[in-house]
Design a protein around this ligand. Structure first.
Ligand code: SF4
Length: 419
Protein backbone atom coordinates (compact mmCIF):
# COMPACT_ATOMS: atom_id res chain seq x y z
CA UNK A 1 0.00 0.00 0.00
CA UNK A 2 1.49 3.33 -0.99
CA UNK A 3 1.83 6.18 1.44
CA UNK A 4 -0.63 8.16 -0.68
CA UNK A 5 -3.22 5.40 -0.48
CA UNK A 6 -2.69 5.09 3.25
CA UNK A 7 -3.20 8.77 4.05
CA UNK A 8 -6.13 8.94 1.64
CA UNK A 9 -7.84 6.34 3.82
CA UNK A 10 -6.54 7.81 7.08
CA UNK A 11 -6.28 11.55 6.40
CA UNK A 12 -5.28 12.33 9.98
CA UNK A 13 -1.90 10.66 9.55
CA UNK A 14 1.34 12.62 9.43
CA UNK A 15 2.27 13.34 5.82
CA UNK A 16 -1.30 13.72 4.64
CA UNK A 17 -0.72 17.32 3.57
CA UNK A 18 1.70 16.04 0.92
CA UNK A 19 -1.37 14.92 -0.99
CA UNK A 20 -2.44 18.52 -1.43
CA UNK A 21 0.33 19.42 -3.85
CA UNK A 22 -0.21 23.02 -4.87
CA UNK A 23 -3.67 23.07 -3.34
CA UNK A 24 -2.95 25.00 -0.17
CA UNK A 25 -5.95 27.13 0.70
CA UNK A 26 -5.74 29.50 3.62
CA UNK A 27 -7.79 28.67 6.67
CA UNK A 28 -10.01 31.64 5.81
CA UNK A 29 -10.64 30.22 2.33
CA UNK A 30 -11.51 26.90 3.85
CA UNK A 31 -14.11 28.63 6.02
CA UNK A 32 -15.70 30.93 3.48
CA UNK A 33 -14.81 30.10 -0.13
CA UNK A 34 -17.89 28.59 -1.83
CA UNK A 35 -15.59 26.32 -3.79
CA UNK A 36 -14.74 24.47 -0.58
CA UNK A 37 -18.33 23.77 0.41
CA UNK A 38 -17.99 20.06 -0.52
CA UNK A 39 -15.01 19.88 1.83
CA UNK A 40 -16.95 21.57 4.61
CA UNK A 41 -19.93 19.30 4.01
CA UNK A 42 -17.72 16.24 4.30
CA UNK A 43 -16.16 17.60 7.48
CA UNK A 44 -19.57 18.15 9.07
CA UNK A 45 -20.55 14.58 8.29
CA UNK A 46 -17.28 13.25 9.65
CA UNK A 47 -17.51 15.21 12.89
CA UNK A 48 -21.07 14.08 13.52
CA UNK A 49 -20.14 10.50 12.70
CA UNK A 50 -17.15 10.63 15.05
CA UNK A 51 -19.25 12.01 17.92
CA UNK A 52 -22.17 9.74 17.25
CA UNK A 53 -22.42 6.03 16.77
CA UNK A 54 -19.39 3.99 15.92
CA UNK A 55 -19.04 3.65 12.23
CA UNK A 56 -19.26 0.17 10.79
CA UNK A 57 -16.82 -1.50 8.49
CA UNK A 58 -16.13 -0.36 5.00
CA UNK A 59 -19.25 0.18 3.01
CA UNK A 60 -21.16 1.72 5.88
CA UNK A 61 -19.06 4.88 5.93
CA UNK A 62 -20.78 7.98 4.61
CA UNK A 63 -20.80 7.80 0.87
CA UNK A 64 -19.43 11.30 0.62
CA UNK A 65 -16.18 10.11 2.21
CA UNK A 66 -15.88 7.22 -0.23
CA UNK A 67 -16.61 9.51 -3.14
CA UNK A 68 -14.28 12.28 -2.03
CA UNK A 69 -10.91 12.74 -3.64
CA UNK A 70 -7.88 12.25 -1.37
CA UNK A 71 -7.13 15.95 -1.18
CA UNK A 72 -10.75 16.66 -0.24
CA UNK A 73 -10.45 14.13 2.59
CA UNK A 74 -7.31 15.81 3.88
CA UNK A 75 -8.85 19.27 3.74
CA UNK A 76 -12.05 18.06 5.31
CA UNK A 77 -10.05 16.62 8.20
CA UNK A 78 -8.45 20.01 8.70
CA UNK A 79 -11.86 21.66 8.67
CA UNK A 80 -13.08 19.04 11.15
CA UNK A 81 -10.32 20.13 13.50
CA UNK A 82 -11.45 23.72 13.10
CA UNK A 83 -15.03 22.78 13.93
CA UNK A 84 -13.95 20.86 17.02
CA UNK A 85 -11.77 23.76 18.12
CA UNK A 86 -14.65 26.24 18.16
CA UNK A 87 -17.29 23.90 19.56
CA UNK A 88 -18.77 24.75 22.95
CA UNK A 89 -16.85 22.81 25.62
CA UNK A 90 -14.24 22.14 23.00
CA UNK A 91 -12.04 20.03 25.30
CA UNK A 92 -14.81 17.54 25.93
CA UNK A 93 -15.82 17.56 22.28
CA UNK A 94 -12.21 17.05 21.23
CA UNK A 95 -11.88 14.01 23.46
CA UNK A 96 -15.03 12.42 22.08
CA UNK A 97 -13.99 13.32 18.54
CA UNK A 98 -10.56 11.72 18.99
CA UNK A 99 -12.18 8.57 20.29
CA UNK A 100 -14.64 8.54 17.40
CA UNK A 101 -12.00 9.05 14.73
CA UNK A 102 -9.87 6.32 16.33
CA UNK A 103 -12.86 4.01 16.47
CA UNK A 104 -13.58 4.65 12.81
CA UNK A 105 -9.95 3.93 11.94
CA UNK A 106 -10.15 0.67 13.89
CA UNK A 107 -13.23 -0.32 11.90
CA UNK A 108 -11.31 0.31 8.71
CA UNK A 109 -8.31 -1.66 9.91
CA UNK A 110 -10.51 -4.54 11.00
CA UNK A 111 -12.51 -4.80 7.79
CA UNK A 112 -12.29 -8.13 5.97
CA UNK A 113 -9.36 -8.25 3.62
CA UNK A 114 -7.50 -5.28 5.04
CA UNK A 115 -3.92 -5.87 3.86
CA UNK A 116 -1.26 -6.35 6.58
CA UNK A 117 0.78 -3.52 5.10
CA UNK A 118 -2.09 -1.16 5.92
CA UNK A 119 -1.71 -2.04 9.60
CA UNK A 120 2.05 -1.83 9.58
CA UNK A 121 2.01 1.33 7.46
CA UNK A 122 -0.33 3.08 9.86
CA UNK A 123 1.77 1.95 12.81
CA UNK A 124 4.95 3.15 11.14
CA UNK A 125 3.35 6.57 10.48
CA UNK A 126 2.77 6.81 14.21
CA UNK A 127 6.40 5.90 15.00
CA UNK A 128 5.56 2.39 16.12
CA UNK A 129 7.65 -0.64 15.22
CA UNK A 130 5.14 -3.21 14.01
CA UNK A 131 5.54 -5.99 11.44
CA UNK A 132 3.33 -8.80 10.18
CA UNK A 133 4.12 -11.95 12.15
CA UNK A 134 5.65 -14.68 10.03
CA UNK A 135 3.64 -17.81 9.33
CA UNK A 136 0.45 -16.51 10.94
CA UNK A 137 -2.83 -15.24 9.68
CA UNK A 138 -3.08 -11.57 10.49
CA UNK A 139 -0.99 -11.64 13.66
CA UNK A 140 1.25 -8.70 14.36
CA UNK A 141 4.67 -8.58 15.92
CA UNK A 142 5.19 -5.43 17.94
CA UNK A 143 8.60 -4.37 19.19
CA UNK A 144 8.65 -4.38 22.98
CA UNK A 145 9.14 -0.59 23.43
CA UNK A 146 6.26 0.08 21.04
CA UNK A 147 4.07 -2.43 22.85
CA UNK A 148 4.79 -0.80 26.19
CA UNK A 149 3.97 2.60 24.76
CA UNK A 150 0.74 1.35 23.21
CA UNK A 151 -0.49 -0.49 26.27
CA UNK A 152 0.56 2.04 28.91
CA UNK A 153 -2.88 3.63 29.11
CA UNK A 154 -4.89 0.43 28.63
CA UNK A 155 -5.72 -1.06 31.99
CA UNK A 156 -7.59 -4.22 31.05
CA UNK A 157 -5.84 -7.46 31.90
CA UNK A 158 -5.75 -8.66 28.33
CA UNK A 159 -3.26 -5.92 27.48
CA UNK A 160 -0.82 -6.81 30.25
CA UNK A 161 2.59 -7.69 28.98
CA UNK A 162 2.68 -10.77 31.20
CA UNK A 163 -0.22 -12.18 29.18
CA UNK A 164 1.45 -11.72 25.81
CA UNK A 165 3.57 -13.98 23.69
CA UNK A 166 6.95 -12.28 24.03
CA UNK A 167 9.88 -13.59 22.00
CA UNK A 168 13.25 -11.93 21.59
CA UNK A 169 11.94 -8.45 22.18
CA UNK A 170 8.84 -8.81 20.01
CA UNK A 171 5.26 -9.22 21.20
CA UNK A 172 3.07 -11.39 19.00
CA UNK A 173 -0.59 -10.35 19.11
CA UNK A 174 -3.70 -11.73 17.46
CA UNK A 175 -5.49 -9.53 14.91
CA UNK A 176 -8.28 -8.39 17.20
CA UNK A 177 -5.88 -7.24 19.90
CA UNK A 178 -3.69 -5.64 17.25
CA UNK A 179 -6.60 -3.54 16.04
CA UNK A 180 -7.41 -2.44 19.59
CA UNK A 181 -3.82 -1.42 20.17
CA UNK A 182 -3.69 0.52 16.92
CA UNK A 183 -6.97 2.22 17.82
CA UNK A 184 -5.37 3.37 21.04
CA UNK A 185 -2.33 4.56 19.07
CA UNK A 186 -4.55 6.68 16.84
CA UNK A 187 -6.53 8.06 19.77
CA UNK A 188 -3.40 8.99 21.69
CA UNK A 189 -1.84 10.60 18.64
CA UNK A 190 -4.93 12.65 17.91
CA UNK A 191 -5.31 13.67 21.54
CA UNK A 192 -1.69 14.61 22.07
CA UNK A 193 -0.75 16.08 18.71
CA UNK A 194 -3.77 17.02 16.65
CA UNK A 195 -6.84 17.95 18.68
CA UNK A 196 -7.68 21.44 19.82
CA UNK A 197 -6.30 23.47 16.99
CA UNK A 198 -5.78 27.04 18.10
CA UNK A 199 -7.36 29.60 15.84
CA UNK A 200 -7.33 33.36 15.92
CA UNK A 201 -10.47 34.95 17.36
CA UNK A 202 -11.63 36.41 14.05
CA UNK A 203 -11.52 33.04 12.36
CA UNK A 204 -13.30 31.46 15.30
CA UNK A 205 -16.10 34.01 15.02
CA UNK A 206 -16.44 33.34 11.31
CA UNK A 207 -16.77 29.61 11.83
CA UNK A 208 -19.26 29.99 14.67
CA UNK A 209 -21.36 32.32 12.55
CA UNK A 210 -21.48 29.90 9.64
CA UNK A 211 -21.73 26.65 11.53
CA UNK A 212 -24.23 27.45 14.29
CA UNK A 213 -26.53 24.54 13.50
CA UNK A 214 -23.70 22.05 13.29
CA UNK A 215 -22.16 23.28 16.55
CA UNK A 216 -25.50 22.85 18.31
CA UNK A 217 -25.61 19.24 17.18
CA UNK A 218 -22.02 18.77 18.32
CA UNK A 219 -22.93 20.09 21.76
CA UNK A 220 -25.83 17.67 22.04
CA UNK A 221 -23.65 14.74 21.05
CA UNK A 222 -20.98 15.48 23.68
CA UNK A 223 -22.97 16.14 26.85
CA UNK A 224 -21.42 17.49 30.00
CA UNK A 225 -20.81 15.68 33.22
CA UNK A 226 -22.68 12.57 34.13
CA UNK A 227 -24.79 12.65 37.31
CA UNK A 228 -22.65 13.05 40.37
CA UNK A 229 -21.92 10.49 43.01
CA UNK A 230 -23.75 12.47 45.66
CA UNK A 231 -27.10 11.59 44.20
CA UNK A 232 -27.73 14.70 42.19
CA UNK A 233 -26.53 16.40 39.08
CA UNK A 234 -22.97 17.50 39.52
CA UNK A 235 -22.59 21.13 40.55
CA UNK A 236 -19.12 22.44 39.71
CA UNK A 237 -20.38 25.90 40.65
CA UNK A 238 -20.59 24.65 44.24
CA UNK A 239 -17.10 23.18 44.35
CA UNK A 240 -14.95 24.52 47.19
CA UNK A 241 -12.78 27.50 46.35
CA UNK A 242 -9.56 25.45 46.39
CA UNK A 243 -10.86 23.15 43.65
CA UNK A 244 -12.26 26.03 41.63
CA UNK A 245 -8.90 27.75 41.82
CA UNK A 246 -6.98 24.64 40.70
CA UNK A 247 -9.36 24.12 37.80
CA UNK A 248 -9.06 27.76 36.81
CA UNK A 249 -5.26 27.58 36.88
CA UNK A 250 -5.29 24.52 34.63
CA UNK A 251 -7.77 26.14 32.26
CA UNK A 252 -5.46 29.12 31.96
CA UNK A 253 -2.43 26.99 31.15
CA UNK A 254 -0.72 27.57 34.46
CA UNK A 255 1.37 24.93 36.09
CA UNK A 256 -0.24 23.37 39.15
CA UNK A 257 1.91 21.56 41.70
CA UNK A 258 1.56 17.84 42.17
CA UNK A 259 -0.37 18.24 45.40
CA UNK A 260 -2.96 20.37 43.63
CA UNK A 261 -3.32 17.99 40.71
CA UNK A 262 -3.77 15.04 43.01
CA UNK A 263 -6.26 16.94 45.17
CA UNK A 264 -8.39 17.88 42.17
CA UNK A 265 -8.42 14.40 40.63
CA UNK A 266 -9.24 12.69 43.92
CA UNK A 267 -11.93 15.27 44.73
CA UNK A 268 -13.61 15.04 41.33
CA UNK A 269 -13.56 11.26 41.48
CA UNK A 270 -15.15 11.24 44.92
CA UNK A 271 -17.97 13.55 43.87
CA UNK A 272 -18.81 11.31 40.95
CA UNK A 273 -17.07 12.77 37.92
CA UNK A 274 -16.22 10.14 35.36
CA UNK A 275 -12.56 9.52 34.51
CA UNK A 276 -12.88 11.02 31.04
CA UNK A 277 -14.23 14.27 32.42
CA UNK A 278 -11.50 14.41 35.07
CA UNK A 279 -8.90 14.01 32.34
CA UNK A 280 -10.57 16.87 30.50
CA UNK A 281 -9.93 19.15 33.47
CA UNK A 282 -6.18 18.86 32.81
CA UNK A 283 -6.18 19.55 29.10
CA UNK A 284 -5.17 23.16 29.46
CA UNK A 285 -2.14 22.33 31.60
CA UNK A 286 1.37 22.81 30.28
CA UNK A 287 2.72 19.61 28.69
CA UNK A 288 -0.62 17.83 28.95
CA UNK A 289 -0.33 14.25 27.75
CA UNK A 290 -3.66 12.48 27.60
CA UNK A 291 -2.38 8.92 27.91
CA UNK A 292 -0.29 9.63 30.97
CA UNK A 293 -2.95 11.75 32.62
CA UNK A 294 -5.60 9.14 31.98
CA UNK A 295 -3.40 6.47 33.50
CA UNK A 296 -2.76 8.52 36.63
CA UNK A 297 -6.38 9.55 37.05
CA UNK A 298 -7.42 5.93 36.66
CA UNK A 299 -4.94 4.91 39.36
CA UNK A 300 -6.47 7.48 41.70
CA UNK A 301 -10.03 6.43 40.87
CA UNK A 302 -9.35 2.69 41.17
CA UNK A 303 -7.35 2.84 44.39
CA UNK A 304 -8.46 0.52 47.18
CA UNK A 305 -10.72 -1.65 45.09
CA UNK A 306 -12.47 1.26 43.42
CA UNK A 307 -12.94 3.42 46.50
CA UNK A 308 -10.50 5.96 45.13
CA UNK A 309 -8.21 8.21 47.10
CA UNK A 310 -9.77 10.74 49.42
CA UNK A 311 -8.63 14.30 48.74
CA UNK A 312 -6.27 15.78 51.32
CA UNK A 313 -7.78 17.38 54.41
CA UNK A 314 -7.98 21.14 54.58
CA UNK A 315 -5.03 21.30 56.96
CA UNK A 316 -2.88 19.44 54.45
CA UNK A 317 -4.19 21.61 51.64
CA UNK A 318 -3.22 24.69 53.62
CA UNK A 319 0.26 23.42 54.40
CA UNK A 320 0.68 22.65 50.68
CA UNK A 321 -0.29 26.22 49.86
CA UNK A 322 -3.38 25.28 47.85
CA UNK A 323 -6.15 26.20 50.27
CA UNK A 324 -8.11 29.15 48.89
CA UNK A 325 -10.50 29.82 51.77
CA UNK A 326 -10.24 33.57 51.19
CA UNK A 327 -12.24 33.00 47.98
CA UNK A 328 -15.13 31.25 49.70
CA UNK A 329 -18.38 32.49 48.17
CA UNK A 330 -20.75 30.59 50.45
CA UNK A 331 -23.00 32.68 52.68
CA UNK A 332 -22.28 32.20 55.50
CA UNK A 333 -18.77 31.19 54.69
CA UNK A 334 -17.91 27.56 55.29
CA UNK A 335 -14.14 27.45 54.98
CA UNK A 336 -13.72 29.79 57.94
CA UNK A 337 -15.02 27.16 60.35
CA UNK A 338 -12.85 24.06 60.58
CA UNK A 339 -15.51 22.43 62.77
CA UNK A 340 -17.71 22.30 59.69
CA UNK A 341 -15.22 21.82 56.91
CA UNK A 342 -12.23 19.61 57.54
CA UNK A 343 -11.97 18.40 53.98
CA UNK A 344 -13.02 19.87 50.62
CA UNK A 345 -15.58 17.08 50.38
CA UNK A 346 -17.35 18.48 53.47
CA UNK A 347 -17.66 21.81 51.75
CA UNK A 348 -19.24 20.35 48.62
CA UNK A 349 -21.53 18.01 50.50
CA UNK A 350 -22.73 20.80 52.71
CA UNK A 351 -23.49 23.13 49.85
CA UNK A 352 -25.30 20.43 47.91
CA UNK A 353 -27.13 18.85 50.86
CA UNK A 354 -30.43 20.55 50.19
CA UNK A 355 -30.19 19.49 46.56
CA UNK A 356 -29.91 15.88 47.66
CA UNK A 357 -32.96 16.25 49.90
CA UNK A 358 -34.99 17.74 47.08
CA UNK A 359 -33.56 15.55 44.37
CA UNK A 360 -37.00 15.09 42.89
CA UNK A 361 -37.11 18.75 41.94
CA UNK A 362 -36.00 19.77 38.46
CA UNK A 363 -32.48 20.99 37.86
CA UNK A 364 -31.61 23.75 40.26
CA UNK A 365 -30.46 27.13 39.29
CA UNK A 366 -26.74 27.08 38.79
CA UNK A 367 -26.46 30.25 40.82
CA UNK A 368 -28.41 29.05 43.79
CA UNK A 369 -26.71 28.44 47.09
CA UNK A 370 -27.64 25.20 48.78
CA UNK A 371 -27.57 26.90 52.14
CA UNK A 372 -25.37 26.79 55.16
CA UNK A 373 -24.64 23.62 57.08
CA UNK A 374 -25.89 22.85 60.54
CA UNK A 375 -23.64 23.85 63.34
CA UNK A 376 -21.04 21.20 63.99
CA UNK A 377 -22.19 18.94 61.21
CA UNK A 378 -19.27 16.73 60.39
CA UNK A 379 -21.12 13.49 59.91
CA UNK A 380 -19.95 13.20 56.36
CA UNK A 381 -16.41 14.22 57.04
CA UNK A 382 -13.77 11.83 55.80
CA UNK A 383 -11.71 10.10 58.40
CA UNK A 384 -8.92 12.14 59.89
CA UNK A 385 -5.55 11.52 58.38
CA UNK A 386 -6.83 10.56 54.98
CA UNK A 387 -4.81 13.18 53.24
CA UNK A 388 -2.68 12.67 50.23
CA UNK A 389 -1.17 9.21 50.39
CA UNK A 390 2.49 8.83 49.71
CA UNK A 391 1.68 6.30 47.06
CA UNK A 392 -0.52 8.64 45.12
CA UNK A 393 0.77 8.97 41.60
CA UNK A 394 1.57 12.37 40.27
CA UNK A 395 -0.88 13.73 37.79
CA UNK A 396 1.71 15.17 35.54
CA UNK A 397 0.26 17.10 32.73
CA UNK A 398 1.76 18.85 29.90
CA UNK A 399 0.55 21.38 27.55
CA UNK A 400 -2.32 20.55 25.42
CA UNK A 401 -0.24 20.63 22.33
CA UNK A 402 -0.75 23.52 19.98
CA UNK A 403 -0.92 21.67 16.74
CA UNK A 404 0.00 23.21 13.49
CA UNK A 405 -2.82 23.78 11.02
CA UNK A 406 -0.89 21.24 8.99
CA UNK A 407 -2.13 17.88 10.21
CA UNK A 408 1.06 16.28 8.99
CA UNK A 409 3.34 18.02 11.50
CA UNK A 410 3.96 16.37 14.82
CA UNK A 411 6.57 15.81 17.45
CA UNK A 412 8.87 12.82 17.52
CA UNK A 413 8.16 9.44 18.97
CA UNK A 414 8.00 8.84 22.67
CA UNK A 415 5.74 11.76 23.40
CA UNK A 416 3.22 9.45 25.03
CA UNK A 417 5.66 8.53 27.74
CA UNK A 418 6.96 11.99 28.43
CA UNK A 419 5.75 13.45 31.68
S1 SF4 B 1 -10.75 25.41 53.83
FE1 SF4 B 1 -10.75 23.41 52.85
S2 SF4 B 1 -12.43 23.46 51.38
FE2 SF4 B 1 -11.99 25.58 51.95
S3 SF4 B 1 -10.56 26.28 50.38
FE3 SF4 B 1 -9.33 25.53 52.09
S4 SF4 B 1 -8.90 23.42 51.57
FE4 SF4 B 1 -10.60 24.05 50.27
Amino acid sequence: MTDAALVARYPFLPGSSDLLGDLRPSLQDLVSDPGYEPVRHLAREEVIAALGAKRGPEGSAPSTFDAARPEERVLSFLYSRMLVAVAPSSQRVARRWCEGVASSAASQLGRPGAPPEEWTGLASSLDLEVIAAEGTSGHLSIALPSYCRLSSSLREDRFRLARQDLRRGWVDVAPALGVELLEEAVRAYLSDEVALLRLDPELQSGIKEREGELLSRVSALAPAYTPGGFGQVLRPDLFPPCMKQIRSSLDHGQNVPHAGRFALASFMNKVGVEVDAIVDAYRGAPNFKEGLTRYQVTQIAHHDGGEGYTPPDCATMASNGICAKQLDEARPQLCADPARVRNPLNYYRTRTRSLVRSSSSPSPSPTSDAGAPKQGDASEAPKAGTGEPNAAPSTSTGPASTPSPDPARRTPAGAHRTA
